[in-house]
Design a protein around this ligand. Structure first.
Ligand SMILES: Nc1ncnc2c1ncn2[C@@H]1O[C@H](COP(=O)(O)OP(=O)(O)OP(=O)(O)O)[C@@H](O)[C@H]1O
Length: 419
């Protein structure tokens, strides 16, 4: 009998590995299709099967999956990467496998189209405009009123997202987005949005069911780099219900509801306001934290759905899990970083990850790549988790020597390619 395999189209820095591990846990053989398998260090390290293919080309992907079908029983196709999730939907349709609706995913990934659909359905969203040039940005900001958020209409990881508090910041960010530093995959479109002020919440939905709600905060403005995130968010029953209701109202508005959806909100003076609907699982470490807090393994349950099995979303416990991100306070060369082993040895610390090695240049871009590591702690109570995490964080130290010349900073701050 042919071996059962799960095809993963590309991946993400951390969640991709979770998908591989869950695939194996379910007794399936993972096969990764990638335009550049070398970009995932976890592929070589674990001896996983990777096939080199142009993942931007649907026909090439169909050919490759057809070829693999000669050897394997393909149980399902999925991805942890948002930019390939619509393609996954098309592949699933082609091979008659369970999968997301590709048209819904495509619409949802366009933040302007998403805003229009949500606003049209009466879901609370910040005021928004779309702009293609500096003049449009200025007039949109004038209509909405400062402060505003500027962000690319398509993107993830907070890349290019910035709070603009005055005209100078607005001009600076417009130049950044349109002046060649930001890489656009299609013609530039900038969203200009009202700054929805208030606490931030992230909601994990599977199908039509809210599984978890986290509260998070960010490093220093004008950027939005996650600093800390806790499951479950501290909410009254009524607040939880209002967040769940607004979140679930996004699904019919966007024709979503198959598999995982992650919704980001802020609780403004008008109540829960939707910042973004992501038509996929939240990125790592959220799935790990959902497992610690509620005992539900979202990645494994997603794969069960993908291969046509029944998922089990029942909560097994109610703990508090918090991640603290390690954010550098300056640019320069990382001389050393230590304390990770000591921190990891503290009971209740479940994960200590460092993403950088000594001698690495650190250039903060104001997005998710600024994180140099994170620590996760979990325990049955909120107070205990906070105390464990504080002990662990206090053990991690590092030193960064500023770059000697501005030129050196520029050299490392060269534009980077999207995932
Ligand atoms: N209009 C807004 N009002 C308030 N905060 C906002 C607004 N737009 C974006 N943000 C903040 O910026 C962060 C990143 O924005 P957004 O989610 O749109 O970008 P992204 O690139 O899709 O990021 P991610 O992949 O993390 O979801 C949000 O988590 C939110 O905290």
């Amino acid at each position: 009998m042919a071996k059962k395999a799960l095809i993963l189209v590309e991946g993400t820095r951390n969640t991709g590995l979770l998908y591989i591990q869950s695939t194996k846990y379910l007794g399936l053989h993972p096969i990764i299709l990638s335009a550049n398998p070398a970009r995932y260090d976890y592929l070589a390290a674990e001896g996983n099967e990777a096939v080199h293919v142009d993942t931007d080309n649907l026909d090439a992907l169909i050919r490759e999956c057809s070829r693999l079908r000669a050897t394997y029983d393909i149980a399902g196709i999925t991805s942890s990467a948002e930019s390939f999730y619509a393609t996954v939907g098309k592949l699933c349709r082609h091979f008659d496998l369970p999968g997301p609706n590709p048209a819904s995913i495509e619409r949802c990934c366009d933040k302007f189209a998403q805003r229009q659909l949500l606003a049209g359905a009466g879901v609370p969203v910040p005021a928004y405009r779309v702009a293609a040039n500096a003049t449009d940005v200025e007039s949109s900001a004038a209509e909405i009123g400062l402060p505003v958020i500027l962000k690319p209409a398509v993107g993830s990881g907070s890349r290019g997202v910035r709070l603009c508090r005055n005209i100078d910041e607005l001009a600076e960010q417009t130049t950044y987005l349109l002046g060649g530093k930001h890489i656009w995959r299609s013609s530039p479109r900038i969203l200009v949005e009202e700054f929805a002020q208030g606490p931030y919440y992230s909601v994990d939905i599977m199908g039509n069911e809210v599984i978890g709600v986290a509260a998070a905060d960010f490093g220093r403005p004008p950027h939005f780099v996650f600093r800390e995130c806790t499951y479950p968010a501290l909410l009254t029953d009524d607040e939880h219900q209002r967040i769940a209701d607004v979140s679930l109202s996004c699904l019919p508005a966007l024709s979503l509801g198959w598999g995982p959806t992650n919704i980001e909100l802020r609780w403004t003076k008008c109540g829960p306001t939707v910042i973004e609907v992501n038509p996929r699982l939240a990125g790592s470490p959220n799935p790990e934290m959902v497992q610690l807090a509620y005992g539900v393994d979202l990645v494994t349950e997603h794969i069960k759905l993908v291969i046509g099995d029944e998922w089990n979303l029942s909560r097994r416990h109610s703990h508090t899990a918090t991640v603290q991100c390690l954010l550098p306070d300056r640019d320069g060369t990382l001389d050393w970083i230590d304390g990770d082993s000591l921190a990891a040895a503290i009971p209740g610390v479940t994960q200590v990850k460092l993403f950088v090695k000594p001698e690495t240049p650190i250039v903060r871009r104001g997005d998710y790549t600024d994180k140099i590591g994170h620590i996760i702690a979990a325990s049955p109570t909120r107070a205990q988790t906070a105390a464990i995490l504080q002990r662990a964080v206090d053990l991690i130290n590092w030193s960064i020597t500023p770059f000697p010349t501005a030129g050196e900073r520029e050299q490392y701050a060269a534009p980077y390619l999207p995932d």
